[in-house]
Design a protein around this ligand. Sequence first.
Ligand code: ASP
Length: 509
Amino acid sequence: MRGPWKILIWLLAGALLGALLQSWHGMPPSSPLALEDAARVEGTTTAPGVRVAAAPARSRIAPGDVVHALVLERGLPTERRWPTPDVASYRAGIANARCGALVWHELARGALEPIALELDPRSSLATWIAPFAFVADLFLVLLKMLIVPIVLSSIIVGVIGVGTTASLKRLGLRTLAYYTATSALAIAIGLTLVNLIQPGRGAALGLPPSQRFAEVAQTSFAEVLLRIVPSNVFAALSDNASMLQVIFFALFFGICAMQVEAHHRETLQRFFTATFEVMMRLAGTLLRLIPYGIFCLLVKIVGTTGFAVFEPLAWYLVTVTAGILIHAAGVLPLLLRWIGRIRPAAYAKAVSPALVTAFSTSSSSLTLPVALEVVEKRGGVSNRVVSFVQPLGATVNMDGTALYECVGVIFLAQYYASIGGFELGLSTQLLVAYMALAASIGAAGIPYAGFVMMVMILSALRLPVEGAALLLVVDRPIDMLRTTTNIWSDCCGAAIIARFEGERPTGSI
Ligand code: ASP
C-alpha cells in the first residue's frame, strides 16, 4: 500500500490506540475543584478560550490544557499561599486520583506564567505513552538535523541555477519575476486570511506557552533586520534558531556565485548540487518513516489530550484551503487571462494530467516528467520555454507551499501570542512572510518538504516545534492541494512567459 492511504491507516491506528490507552487508564477526570481554586486565586481562570464564569459547561481541565492561574495544592499551610512575598516558589497542580496523573509545577514567585498541565510521568498512562512519545520525539529531532544543510544547499543551487543559463538570461529574468510575483501574491492571500479568520487565537492546542517567542514577537523591525545578517556564518550554520541568517547568507552567496568566473561557478554549482542530492536522499529515507512517525505522534497526542485538540485545527484547515483555492482558482487564472491573454479553462484542461499527478503524488519532482510532456504537447508551449521554466519552477516556484507556510506559522504564532497575552506585531508577520518565501524556494519537490521548512521557520522564530508536530497530523491532504497549486503555477508561468516570447499556447485569445 502506498502514499496517502498508508498514511491514513497509520494515522487512524495511532488515534485509535491513543484513545484506547486513554479509556483503559481513565481520562484525567474533571477537576472543578481546581478551576474554582484557580478562579479564586487569579480572578479568572482560562483553559484556552474558556473562562470559568463565561463557560460553566467547561467543568474539567485535562492534561494539555493551559491554565493562566495557579492551582494551589490542597492542604498547603496558609503561609505558603500565593502570593505571599516570603515564599520562593509555589506548587501548582491538578489532582487526578483516578489515573494518578498529578503534576506539580514549581513556579517562581510572582511569575504567574500560563502553565500547560502535563501527565505525571509516573502515572500508568504516561508509562504506556512514553515509548511512542520517544519515537515521535526522535522523529522530530531527525527532521531538525536536516534543516541547515538542506536550506543552505537548496537555496544556493536554486539561485545559481537561474544565472548559469547565460543564453537564457531574458527568459531567466522573466521567469524569476513571475515566480517572485506569484509567490508574493500567495503569501499576501495567506496573510490576509489568517489575520481575518484568526484560527490560532485562543485555539485549544494544549501546547505549553513559549516565553522566548514573546521576546521575538515584540522585537522591532530594525532589530529583526539586524538579526537577519550573521556576524559569524559558521555560528549561524551551527544553530537551527539562526535560520534567518543562514537564508540570508545562502541567497547572498548564490547571487555572488552567479557572478564569478564560469569554471568557479560550475565547481560551486556541482558541489552544492551534489550536497543537495545527498541531503535529499537523507530526507527521502526519513520521510519514508513518516507513517510510523505520525502513528507515534497520534498515540502521544490522543493518548494525552484526547480528540479535543483537533477541533481548533479545523479552522486552520479551512484557512489554508480557502487561501489555496483563492490563489489557484482566482489569482492564477486572472493572471493567465490578463497578462497572458489565455483562456484559463482551456489551458487548465490541457495540462490537467499534470495537475492530477501532482494531487496524487504530493511531489512536484515526481510530477515534472508529466508536466514537461503535457505543457509542451497539449499546452502548446515551445520546448525552449518548457525545458527552462518547468524544471526550475518544480523546485523554486511553490506558491501553494509559500501560502501554507505563512498560514501554518502564523496560526501557531497566534496561539502562542494569545496564551502568552501579547500581540503579534507587524514586523513578526513580515518576518514570517519573508521566511515563507525563502522556504518555498528552498523546499524540495517531494512530499512533506514544506513541512520540514515549517519546522525551520518555527525554530528560527524560537517557537517550539511541537506545534509543527500537531500540524503534521493533518498535513497530507494539505500537501496534495499545495503541490497541485505549485504545479499549476509553473504551468501558468510557462504559458505566460511563452506568450511574451511570441508563442500561442493552448487557449490563446
Ligand atoms: N510537496 C510539495 C511539492 O512537491 C512541497 C511541499 O511539501 O510543500 O511541491
